[in-house]
Design a protein around this ligand. Structure first.
Ligand code: ADP
Ligand code: MG
Length: 198
């Protein structure tokens, strides 16, 4: 029997912080490595929360990652490295930190037969979408929407609350501030608070 031609796809794993996006990305990548596929995870160089050469989930799973710059040209490094290493499966974490050019990189890889799995935040701390993730969702072949647990009421959380000294961050604070539990909490729609939001 002839081997089946591999059909490239874009899968998007989306949700707020603590929803399990990174864990799910690592799970899918590890699974493919058992199938003897060539796999690689990429992450933006802006994310230096835990380590610079691993993706690490909030529950402690980790996997080696190529760290790539978030500049418009820099993100084509993902394509170059994928080709150089003959990757069958490409994982990309923290997609919201990349510019929208990431979409072209993912589409090109998928068109060339690569399984692309991208994880990213649905919304910023203000409750507004990240352009890159929005674009990826529209073009995805498969979407997994994960929720976390609201730290106030225990309902499914779809939003990321930023806190400054334990209080909700105002609407006009900077859009990107890298942090973990000391700065962010998962919240449901009802308990997501953004003072000064128009
Ligand atoms: P993400 O990449 O979406 O931020 P991770 O995969 O890094 O998520 O981490 C998910 C893990 O975070 C969960 O398995 C759980 O152990 C932990 N966690 C901490 N706070 C919460 C919360 N409020 N809701 C759900 N999981 C949480
Ligand atoms: Mg993550």
């Amino acid at each position: 029997m002839k081997p089946r031609l591999s059909i490239g796809t874009i899968e998007v794993i989306v949700g707020p912080m603590f929803a399990g996006k990174t864990s799910e990305l690592i799970r899918r990548i590890v699974r493919e490595s058992y199938a003897k596929k060539k796999v690689g995870i990429f992450k933006p160089s802006i994310d230096v929360r835990y380590s610079v050469e691993n993706v690490v989930s909030h529950d402690g799973l980790s996997y080696p990652a190529f760290v790539v710059p978030t500049s418009k040209n820099g993100i084509w490094k993902i394509y170059e490295l994928a080709k150089e290493n003959g990757l069958d499966v490409v994982g990309i974490d923290e997609a919201h930190f990349f510019p929208t050019e990431l979409v072209s990189v993912c589409e090109k890889l998928a068109d060339e037969g690569v399984r692309v799995i991208v994880a990213g935040l649905n919304l910023d701390f203000r409750g507004e979408p990240f352009e890159t993730v929005k674009e990826l969702l529209a073009r995805a072949d498969d979407i997994t929407y994960l929720t976390a647990v609201c730290t106030v009421c225990g309902s499914p959380a779809t939003r990321t609350q930023r806190l400054i000294d334990g209080k909700p961050a105002p609407y006009d604070s900077p859009r990107i501030v890298v942090g973990g539990k000391e700065l962010y909490e998962a919240r449901c729609r009802k308990h997501h608070v953004v003072p000064g939001k128009p």
